[in-house]
Design a protein around this ligand. Sequence first.
Ligand SMILES: Nc1ncnc2c1ncn2[C@@H]1O[C@H](COP(=O)(O)OP(=O)(O)O)[C@@H](O)[C@H]1O
Ligand SMILES: [Mg+2]
Length: 362
Amino acid sequence: MTPAPLHLGLVFGGVSGEHGISIRSANTVAAALRRGANAERYRLSCFYIDRKGHWWPPTVAEAVLAKGSPAEPADLAGAPSRPGFQGFPAGALDVQVWVPVLHGPNGEDGTIQGLFALMQVPFVGSGVLGSAVGMDKQAMKAAFAAAGLPQVAYACVDAAELQHPEPLLDRLEQQLGYPAFVKPANLGSSVGISKATTRAELLAGLIEAARHDPRLVVEQGVTARELECAVLGNRQLKASVLGEIRFDADWYDYTTKYSEGLSHTVIPADVPASLAERARQLAIAACRAVGAAGLARVDFFYEQATDQLWLNEINTLPGFTSQSMYPMLWEASGLPLEELVHELVELAQESDAPHRGGVDAA
Ligand SMILES: Nc1ncnc2c1ncn2[C@@H]1O[C@H](COP(=O)(O)OP(=O)(O)O)[C@@H](O)[C@H]1O
Ligand SMILES: [Mg+2]
């Protein structure tokens, strides 16, 4: 007798600047979970979180996926007037494993992971701790530093320091010099990030970043290649081949990231095997440092002239569109998309998944 298929709940959209990317990622993941052997293993229900934070049932979710763009108010009849999570739509409480396909705030930062943990339902990816630490660039850098992992020189800034900018600018110039990169701690997609080559640009960049987040990070700018590695696993982590992002712009800003033809990926990256191995080890160490699990994409800067490799950041719910680095790195490492998503669901149910809360696997 074949066992009943496992009921998966794929949740996407979300209150995040990356809502649109999430829809594209969700289309890729949903298709892979419904194809081939997965079609027998799983029964997939998709749930859509609109830009106000309301959850919608599969009828609405499938329409959004088919259209490929966010729902319009007219598609969301009967929406509550209050924003934010107002309860589950029909079918959500029957889900046996959750598959969050959400990027950025409210999805990649531990909030929804906390909800699933409270429900005691397994879910794909990092738990509350790994998600929160991985998302916040100040916390992430502190965790990397505590683990002794290489990063470019950086400073943490509290937006309140901008009330008296002169001593702050003096400190940053002395610690880091120019060029410097100014970043809000909690966004993504390069939003709110700027490169400063003068004191005036540094101040302007800090003010701009502070519009997005009171927690800021300033980094020494480096001229480096940008390499990425995909990681999969819970306690036992495996790392993929490396990929490289190439682009024509000065740095990988929002426009360059999301405009067709302005950047391309090279997989596997054209680097010596010893460097690739160093990066893979570092990617795994980065996951351990922040307590990430399930999946993560770890990004690096590589300065060829000095052979220095620095961690840039970890993404605990990386982009999952058909053109995204994470699935492409696994494909190139011999793990096709269909098997990758199956493995992620398997990992979510392992007893050493870090977030099983009250769920006793015994
Ligand atoms: N210290 C740095 N030196 C050189 N380039 C940087 C530095 N920090 C960021 N960048 C550039 O800005 C891009 C976005 O920065 P990143 O920290 O990855 O932000 P996000 O989380 O939004 O992706 C990087 O891909 C890189 O091109
Ligand atoms: Mg980045």
